[in-house]
Write a protein that binds this ligand. Structure first.
Ligand code: URA
Ligand code: CA
Length: 439
């Protein structure tokens, strides 16, 4: 077999056999196939797609080339969740402790922020001392003891995804349904959960902007999971504005604590998406029979303090200082040299947000990495004061920047303001928070 022939086949929109796909993945991991040939292949997939069978074969090849984790010694149904990536998308830090407090077993491997999107590991690491590299033995013991652990992807789990993802990031080949589906599902399947709730983001801050494409991604991932005997539900949720108001690591940690402490209540988009994810996790985990019962359990875990207690227990178990899991004390981690308001240039209504640019502005302030090797500043980022369709006055703050390095402000401000459109006329009603559920 020759890589050039397989690239040519996909360039002509033909489908590849299982043997051909396996050969490509193995060859690329071994280093027999160079980056430039894999890049050309990925671009051909981006442009011409893959059918359901090819996508499943690609996922399974990527999953089988690395380690798989056996969670069977943890009693009960192990439930995982995964977001396709967003801005102000702080759901794991809220919903994982709530589900654990309700009796679920949450064994979760999370990622770091990439590009304009944030990552759970970076947010957790804003807590002093906290480790996300526990090793598999400690990971399993922690879930057995307290029902929750959130760690980084272990060394040899889906190594093909690691290598291919890094290449996609720099070759404009991220936004593709078969490539995103195989990337996410190869990792989730190897990580061993029995049931997976997927939060597929759609809109200007997601990797796929249209509802149709996002729905296709959701269906593809659910089919792959079911094919391999896992229970999978995908929610299609809105990313046409940041989900929470905070964008940044300690800032998002603070907002998650505010939800768990009952300070942010029902009706708030972050709260509602967390509840919805939690409802499906409890149902798949066999803990609640229907939506109403599941929601009641989750709300009780907020009211009783059991949810925030579980986050504290997790932080302590992972060597973090759990005293910071507190609505007042967490403010110390959000302390910066300057808080700078970013104001509207004119009076009107916010008619649209290019949400990726809001994420990018936070990243430019130091909340995210421009390259994989950059460090981040946990305290910096931004807090929105306005949501989509809100009215604004001229010179009224749209957000506040949390800044430690003032040389970064001007660039971030330009990018932020280019992401917020203000029109004189009042806008149509809000777009939905949830576009559908794929089961
Ligand atoms: N998240 C992933 O893990 N992979 C993708 O391709 C996109 C988002
Ligand atoms: Ca994420």
């Amino acid at each position: 077999m020759r890589a050039v022939d397989l690239i040519d086949k996909k360039r002509r929109s033909e489908s590849l056999s299982a043997v051909e796909i396996q050969w490509l993945i193995k060859g690329y991991l071994k280093g027999d196939i160079p980056d430039y040939q894999m890049s050309a292949f990925l671009m051909a997939v981006c442009l011409n797609g893959m059918d359901a069978r090819e996508t499943a074969e690609l996922t399974m090849s990527m999953m089988r080339e690395g380690d798989s984790i056996d969670l069977s010694e943890i009693p009960g149904v192990k439930v995982d969740k995964h977001s396709t990536g967003g801005v102000g998308d702080t759901t794991t830090l809220v919903v994982a402790p709530l589900v654990a407090a309700c009796g679920g077993a949450v064994a979760k491997m999370s990622g770091r922020g990439l590009g304009h999107t944030g990552g759970t590991l970076d947010k957790l690491e804003s807590i002093p001392g906290l480790s996300v590299e526990l090793g598999i033995r400690r990971f399993i013991e922690q879930v057995k003891n307290i029902g929750i652990a959130v760690i980084g992807q272990s060394g040899n789990l889906a190594p093909a995804d690691k290598k291919i993802y890094a290449l996609r990031d720099v070759t404009a080949t991220v936004s593709s349904v078969p490539l995103i589906a195989s990337s996410i599902m190869s990792k989730k399947l190897a990580a061993g959960a029995d049931a997976i709730v997927l939060d597929v983001k759609t809109g200007s801050g997601a990797f796929l902007e249209t509802v149709e494409e996002s729905r296709r991604l959701a269906k593809t991932m659910v089919e792959i999971g079911n094919h391999l005997g896992r229970k999978v539900v995908a929610l299609l949720t809105d990313m046409n504005q940041p989900l929470g108001l905070a964008v940044g690591n300690a800032l998002e940690m603070r907002e998650a604590i505010e939800v768990l402490a009952g300070k942010i209540k029902g009706g708030n988009p972050l709260y509602e998406v967390c509840m919805l994810l939690g409802v499906h996790m409890l149902k798949l985990g066999g803990i609640a029979g229907d939506d109403g019962a599941a929601r009641k359990l989750l709300e009780e875990a907020v009211k009783s303090g059991a949810g925030i207690g579980r986050l504290k227990a997790m932080v302590k178990a992972q060597d973090g200082d759990e005293s910071y899991i507190d609505v007042d004390k967490i403010n110390e981690l959000c302390a910066v040299k300057a808080r700078i308001p970013v104001c509207a240039g004119q009076k009107g209504h916010i008619s649209s947000m290019r949400t990726a640019r809001i994420g990018q502005a936070a990243q430019m302030l130091g909340a995210g990495r421009a390259t994989k090797d950059d460090g981040i500043d946990p305290a910096v980022g931004l807090v929105m004061h306005k949501r989509l369709h809100d009215a604004v006055e001229a010179n009224e703050p749209i957000c506040t920047f949390y800044v430690n390095d003032e040389t970064r402000v001007q660039g971030a401000k330009t990018v932020f303001l280019s992401g917020v459109t203000i029109e004189a006329a009042a806008c149509r009603q809000n777009s939905p928070m949830v576009y559908g559920v794929v089961e």
